[in-house]
Design a protein. Structure first.
Length: 288
């Protein structure tokens, strides 16, 4: 039985009034309020409203890789899910193409079960905003975002799963690891029928990054865009590189299977100057 199936089965029983508290082995004490696990959990219902998300940030990575990183899992208010399959080895594309995201839909019963799990057993209800790990360097952070049951916050967990949890945060970290396992392998739950597959996510727009390429860059492609020139990419402090918004039709001129984006493609500009180009799809809540 899959992890989410276990969650659904557990939710058939009466829900606890609050998530589990600390134990003798160490853990943050449970908060007595609010109590979203009692009864239906209210949440936003819009198709662009993020209800639950998991993403990875930071770590030792280049600018282009960081800028093309997409959330691993996002649940929206209407029950739609956009997720990155765990096993991407058989995804279409190859070379500089990044694996595409997939879409699925969950019934409200499944949404409620997942939120009960995330707030309760996953301990997001009582979680602090940040968890450090001073004994680990250069690791990524796992960031959970939730907006449900009167709880709206982000929980940043540094180096989750990088070492055996210990100390006062041990129980919280074990719970976050279990939640990350469920959200990070959502494709397996789709296969088990816990959600309905809706195919590859086709983003209406992409964010593209462009920077001059240095020598020794290998094979280059002609400039593919019809409505964009290098001058249309403008500096953006958040990404440390010039960026531009590309509609899907323009983005897929780089490759007609690059639904997940690309990284490090060398393009020859209209003046034959070489550029490194990377892009990633924008999710519904990121669209302008």
């Amino acid at each position: 039985m899959g992890a989410l199936a276990v969650v659904l089965a557990a939710c058939a029983s009466p829900a606890p009034s609050r998530p589990p508290g600390g134990s003798s082995s160490g853990g943050s004490p449970a908060s007595p309020s609010p109590t979203p696990t009692a009864g239906a959990i209210e949440h936003p219902t819009g198709a662009e409203d993020v209800v639950l998300r998991m993403e990875h940030t930071g770590g030792l990575t280049g600018v282009a890789m960081a800028a093309t990183r997409v959330p691993t899992f996002t649940l929206y208010g209407d029950g739609s899910v956009i997720y990155l399959p765990r096993d991407v080895s058989e995804q279409p594309g190859g070379g500089p193409e990044l694996p595409p995201l997939r879409r699925a839909t969950m019934p409200e019963e499944g949404v409620q079960a997942l939120l009960r799990f995330a707030l309760g057993q996953g301990r997001l209800l009582q979680a602090r905003e940040q968890y450090r790990a001073d004994n680990v360097a250069d690791a990524t952070s796992t960031v959970f975002s939730i907006d449900a049951g009167g709880v709206r916050k982000q929980v940043d967990v540094y180096a989750l799963g990088e070492s055996e949890p210990e100390g006062a945060d041990r129980q919280d970290r074990l719970a976050f690891r279990q939640l990350a396992e469920v959200l990070g392998d959502f494709g397996a739950e789709v296969q088990r029928g816990q959600a309905t597959d809706a195919g590859v996510y086709r983003a209406p727009a992409y964010r593209g990054l462009l920077e001059p390429a240095q020598g020794g860059f290998g094979e280059a492609r002609d400039w593919p865009f019809q409505t964009l020139s290098p001058e249309d990419f403008t500096p953006a402090p958040d990404f440390q590189r010039p960026v531009a918004l590309l509609p899907e039709a323009e983005a897929l001129r780089v490759s007609d299977t690059a639904y997940g984006g690309v990284i490090g493609v060398v393009l020859l500009g209209p003046d034959r100057a070489p550029y490194y180009f990377s892009m990633r799809p924008l999710l519904p809540d990121e669209l302008p």
